[in-house]
Each structure stands twice: as structure tokens, then as C-alpha cells.
Design a protein around this ligand. Structure first.
Ligand code: BMA
Length: 310
């Protein structure tokens, strides 16, 4: 087996956001979606309040490292009777995908029945329109592709597997973002660094070699779970075909802010921004307590997948 590679370099002033940066009282700020909008970097932060429920708040930056957080939440759990029973315990782990001139959010709606995937959209990051609760419960980690493929919207998600302790990455299709089907499993846990759960982290990026996405692998250990990151490459025309993926993790908790926090040993990226020079910025929640950023070359991530073709 070839030598494992670690393509990510952490920003020197991590963590970039902690609860000290939040202009109102909360427990933690972590797991943020990321995009560029109106000449700025935007993070859609998951903020957990002191009651243990999460909402989403925007943070803005000119350089991608130094962010200012809005002084009030952007999206709170819904009071609409159609959504309220499913968002009662909070809304979590957003991801954002630009399709045309609209930005689509996928997030975890969490309520008494369990977690399920919800979809909504915005044009201006002021108003927000909920589109649907897209899956049943025990499903999280959903990302949308940035374009339709053969006239269908395409989504990756992570329904729970055997005994709820496992979970695999699945693909599913929709004509209208509301009705989803033709679901297939893409990647499932194997003994090793991702022996328990695999979930997609960041929306797929189109490259000449395929759709590149990052995913987390959860390893169950005697000391608890460890959340680490791998890369996967999917066929451009037929994204249920896995071209290759990293057989080892390429990014994992090492720094103190990743090792220690409300949930130790967690790196949980929800946002990836591609820069014009071929680099990417990966925004990740660290130990469910703060937000950090790391950088890599997109081409290097693709190469890792191509070096390990299925
Ligand atoms: C997952 C999600 C994430 C969280 C992670 C580690 O199941 O709930 O929000 O960061 O667990 O606690």
C-alpha cells in the first residue's frame, strides 16, 4: 500500500471562530456551510444555544479567515406546523450549493422522531424559503450537486444502517427537489479508520476527472468515536459510479482544539470554497466547539482518488 498523504495545511491562527466571537450568548459555534456571495466569504454557522438546540447564523469575511458574525440568528427552528415537529430540537449541520443564481441549503432537522434532511433556498441571504423535508428520519449529511444530471437534481445523504450504529453514503434523484427516489448505496463502512459511519461532508466539486467530495469516516474505539476525513471521486455523467476514493483518512484531529471540546476528536467539515488558483479552503467544526479552516490543492485530492481507483 502506498504511503498515506496528508494534503491539508491548517491556517496558522486556528480556530477562526469560537463562542467568544458570537455577539450573543451561546454554548458553541461549529459545523458551518461556506460559499462566496456578493464578493464576500459567507459562513452559515451552526450555533448551539445554552439549551442545547441549534440554529443558523451568518458570518462574513473579505479574506476567508477573519469573520464577523451577525448579531442575530438567520434561520431558527420553524414554527410552521408542517416543520415544527421535526425541527423542535434544532436545525444542524448546514451545507450550501449554488444552483443557477439560487443557493440551496441542506440541513439536519432534529426533533422527537430523530434527525432528517431538510432543504430550503435563498437568493440574497436575507429571506429563506423552506422547500421540503426530503427524507424520513435517521438520515443526515445531505449535499446537493451544483447542477442537474440528466434532468434530475442529485443528492448524497446518509441513512442509518444496521442497528443505527452504521451509516453509508447514498445517492438519490429528484425531478423537483421534493420527490426523491432511485436511491443507491455508494460507499459503506469497512473495518479500519471508518468502521462505523461514513457521511458526505461537502457538496461535490466538478473537476475534469469527476465530482470530488470529502466525506467523514467515524471510527469506534474504546475511548469513543474519532471523526476523520477522506476524499471520493464520482463519475461526471453517472455519479453513482465511484471512480476512486482514499483508502486511508487524509485529515484527522491532531491539534488541541480538535482533540478537546464538547465532543473530543472530531473534525466535521460542512463547507468548501474553491479559489481561482486551484486551492480550496475547508471550513470545519472542531470538537463540536469551534470552527477552523485548512487548505489543500484540489488537484492533489483528485489525484489521491485516481491513485485508488475502484
Ligand atoms: C454527528 C453530527 C455532527 C457532530 C458529530 C460529532 O452525528 O451530529 O453535528 O459534529 O456527530 O459529534
Amino acid at each position: 500500500m502506498p504511503k498515506p498523504v496528508f494534503p491539508f495545511t491548517r491556517y496558522g491562527h486556528n480556530p477562526i471562530l469560537t463562542r467568544q466571537h458570537v455577539p450573543y450568548s451561546c454554548n458553541t459555534v461549529f459545523n458551518a456551510a461556506a460559499c462566496k456571495f456578493d464578493g464576500q466569504y459567507l459562513l452559515i454557522l451552526r450555533i448551539e444555544d445554552q439549551g442545547g438546540k441549534s440554529h443558523l447564523t451568518l458570518a462574513r469575511s473579505r479574506d476567508g479567515y477573519s469573520f464577523v458574525i451577525d448579531d442575530k440568528p438567520w434561520i431558527k427552528p420553524s414554527s410552521d406546523p408542517e416543520y415544527e415537529p421535526y425541527e423542535r430540537y434544532g436545525i444542524e449541520d448546514p451545507r450550501v450549493t449554488q444552483i443557477g443564481d439560487e443557493y440551496y441549503l441542506t440541513y439536519t432537522a432534529f426533533g422527537p422522531y430523530g434527525p432528517r434532511v431538510a432543504i430550503g433556498k435563498t437568493r440574497d441571504f436575507v429571506s429563506f424559503e423552506r422547500i421540503c423535508l426530503a427524507t424520513e428520519v435517521d438520515n443526515k449529511d445531505a449535499v446537493l450537486f451544483p447542477e442537474k444530471i440528466e434532468s434530475s437534481y442529485v443528492m448524497l445523504d446518509r441513512p442509518s444502517g444496521l442497528g443505527k450504529s452504521e451509516g453509508s453514503i447514498w445517492i438519490t434523484y429528484s425531478p423537483d427537489l421534493i420527490h426523491w427516489g432511485r436511491a443507491r448505496a455508494l460507499l459503506t463502512p469497512e473495518p479500519g479508520w471508518g468502521n462505523s459511519r461514513l457521511g458526505i461532508c461537502t457538496p461535490p466539486v466538478k473537476t475534469k476527472d469527476g465530482w470530488l467530495a470529502l466525506y467523514h469516516g467515524v471510527r469506534e474505539t474504546a475511548g469513543g468515536k474519532i471523526y476523520r476525513i477522506g476524499a471520493i471521486l464520482l463519475d461526471l455523467q453517472n455519479p453513482e459510479k465511484v471512480i476512486g476514493y482514499s483508502p486511508y483518512f487524509i485529515f484527522g484531529p491532531e491539534e488541541i482544539y480538535e482533540r478537546v471540546g464538547d465532543v473530543p476528536n472530531v473534525i466535521f467539515p460542512c463547507g468548501l470554497i474553491c479559489e481561482d488558483d486551484g486551492s480550496i479552503k475547508l471550513y470545519y467544526g472542531a470538537a463540536d466547539t469551534c470552527i477552523a479552516v485548512a487548505e489543500a490543492e484540489l488537484e492533489e485530492l483528485v489525484k489521491i482518488c485516481l491513485d485508488h481507483r475502484c
